[in-house]
Design a protein around this ligand. Structure first.
Ligand SMILES: [Zn+2]
Length: 284
């Protein structure tokens, strides 16, 4: 954490001479900032690469947001993955993996699942990601199965801590003025469960969180087969009024084969199914 804060200090020191300019490349994971400036790039890289963990620390998140907003940052046409991190240790909170999450019902600030493990790099787009052990095993099996049928799929986002999600939300909503439904408020993202993945495919260059993924052959394969591996698309087209979130063809959550296949057969949303299962109100 100290290294992280020192990096921010350097960036703050250097940023004064440069004008602003930040562009969002991916809705969920990757920031692309453009500028002719070079020195600031190294500073910001100190912040966004290496073993950086933004965990439940609003102050640090605010400083990072300040740096990236105020500094004219980064390399033209180069993406800088924001959240490279080793897997966090579990928080010891009760398991929330079957929780129905909505814009109004969220997860504990402290919640980190107990068994986060890294996804092998060859299964990810360009960064280190963590998932629960069962989710990691299932997504590896799913990607291998797709590959044998000629479809190349990779993970473009996975576990995100409350602090990371808080930072993303600030970037999207407060700074970039995007609408609330394009990114979940901290505590209201399935990514904090460690059981949600964003997927992409070779046919769109593994672009993250892209609406166009919904028209790809990889997506069609997922819709036909994801439930066989225990995954459900959390926010299908046309369910916004039920789930409270915009359509996300790239976002899948692991719930196990039995539940995933039941949801596929019943034609309901994951949100409705989990609410029914846990006996909670469906209204959001
Ligand atoms: Zn997602």
């Amino acid at each position: 954490m100290m290294k992280h804060i020192e990096g921010i200090g350097v960036a703050l020191f250097l940023m004064g001479a440069f004008s602003f300019g930040v562009t969002l490349l991916s809705k969920e994971t990757t920031l692309l900032a453009t500028t002719p400036s070079v020195p600031i790039v190294a500073s910001v890289k100190n912040i966004v690469s290496g073993p950086v963990q933004i965990e439940n620390d609003e102050a640090v998140s605010q400083q990072v947001a300040l740096v990236i907003t105020a500094a004219t940052v980064a390399q033209k046409n180069t993406s800088a993955p924001l959240f490279r991190s080793s897997c966090l240790k579990g928080s010891g909170d009760p398991d929330a993996s079957m929780m129905a999450i909505s814009p109004t019902v969220g997860i504990n600030v402290s919640y980190v699942p107990d068994d986060l493990v890294s996804i092998p790099k060859s299964y990810t787009k360009d960064s280190s990601f963590c998932l629960t052990q069962a989710t990691k095993d299932a997504v590896v099996t799913l990607i291998d199965a797709a590959h044998t049928e000629g479809f190349s799929i990779k993970v473009s986002s996975a576990f995100r801590s409350y602090g990371t999600q808080s930072y993303l939300y600030r970037m999207h909503f407060d700074i970039l003025k995007l609408t609330r439904k394009t990114v979940a408020l901290a505590g209201h993202s399935e990514h904090q469960l460690g059981t949600a993945v964003d997927l992409s495919g070779a046919s769109i260059g593994y672009k993250s969180a892209a609406a166009s993924f919904g028209t790809t052959p990889e997506y069609a394969w997922l819709i036909a087969h994801a439930s066989e591996y225990g995954f459900v698309q959390s926010y299908p087209k046309g369910t916004e009024s039920i789930t409270g979130y915009a359509t996300e063809p790239w976002h899948f959550r692991y719930v196990g084969k039995e539940i995933a296949q039941a949801i596929a057969q019943e034609g309901v949303t994951l949100y409705e199914y989990l609410n029914k299962m846990t006996g909670e109100a469906v209204s959001i």
